[in-house]
Design a protein. Structure first.
Length: 308
């Protein structure tokens, strides 16, 4: 425990400037506002896994040193080539190396879900960010326009702009849903680690983040456009920027819960037999009364009985 504290202090001191920059990005970039919540998810997952804690050990700790060397090299490369994502991203292998070196391999394997969750708070390379933002933005525009048309609103999509009569509402990058997608991925990952279910169920929960995030983002944009048209721009801005941020997370949790309930209901049906699970169903019992077993004798017994 002493070694873990000492290594942790050194690690925190080394990455402190990067942490300050990262927190500033959480505050200023709407795509990364979920960064404040994800560490809480990670702490909750560790708490739920506390009964599996294997105990501290110094055996098999040498790979932690290799992780520290790799993290140091990545941090230097990020600073030299001005790759902010690489410079702060080196924190994850450094954290894994510290835990592995100070606590042993079993503790490092026990705590690996924390590293998987913390990946969602780190900034992505600009190329990947742009590669995902533009398609998601266009998809949100098209789906929201379709939802408005379904509700009877004469909406038309022109590029990334929704046109309603003389009113034009632009779907900016903040409305692409990338931040919401990352938030729901972190949420679904935490739920997948927390629930005690088969691996197939965990994958279903993890991958459900994509459709849930897309549906929630379209719902948010559609509601905002309706409020913008019928209640005014001030009300729409308050709902979009303030209320929606607090409401989307509980709605996502409810969506995951409903998904698991539907999944369980599908498995409980005898007509639905999928790979990955097996359920045993009792065979139908015959209503006829059981008949006594016949007594059989062999030919040798009959011959022996007939002999004098």
């Amino acid at each position: 425990m002493v070694w873990l504290t000492a290594f942790g202090v050194v690690l925190l001191w080394s990455f402190w400037p990067s942490f300050v920059t990262l927190v500033q990005r959480w505050s200023q970039d709407s795509q990364y506002t979920h960064g404040y919540v994800v560490p809480l998810f990670a702490a909750l997952v560790l708490w739920l896994r506390r009964d599996r804690f294997p105990g501290f050990s110094s055996r098999g700790a040498w790979p932690g040193l290799l992780l520290l060397v790799f993290a140091g090299s990545a941090r230097v490369a990020g600073a030299v080539f001005a790759f902010d994502w690489l410079e702060i991203g080196a924190f994850l292998p450094a954290l894994a190396g510290v835990v592995w070196l100070a606590c042993g391999s079993r503790v490092a394997l026990w705590a690996w879900p924390v590293g998987a969750l913390l990946m969602f708070v780190l900034p992505w390379p600009w190329q990947i960010d742009q590669l995902l933002t533009h398609p998601l933005r266009h998809l949100a525009t098209v789906c929201s326009t379709f939802a408005l048309q379904t509700l009877g609103v004469p909406a038309l999509a022109r590029g990334n702009i929704i046109v309603i009569d003389e009113m034009q509402i632009g779907i900016v990058e903040a409305c692409s849903g990338l931040g919401m997608l990352m938030t729901f991925f972190a949420l679904s990952t935490a739920v997948a680690f927390a629930i005690d279910r088969p691996i197939l169920d965990k994958w279903i929960v993890f991958l459900s983040a994509v459709p849930i995030a897309l549906v929630m983002n379209v719902f948010r944009i559609t509601l905002t456009v309706l409020l913008f048209q019928f209640a005014g721009s001030e009300v729409a801005k308050v709902v979009f920027h303030d209320v929606a941020g607090w409401v989307m997370m509980p709605m996502a949790l409810v969506a995951v819960w409903l998904l698991l309930r539907l999944w369980d209901a599908a498995w409980e049906s005898p007509q639905l037999r999928f790979w990955g699970k097996s359920k045993s169903y009792p065979l139908p019992q015959s209503s006829a009364a059981p008949q006594p077993a016949r007594e059989t004798t062999t030919m040798m017994q009959e011959i022996s009985d007939a002999a004098p």
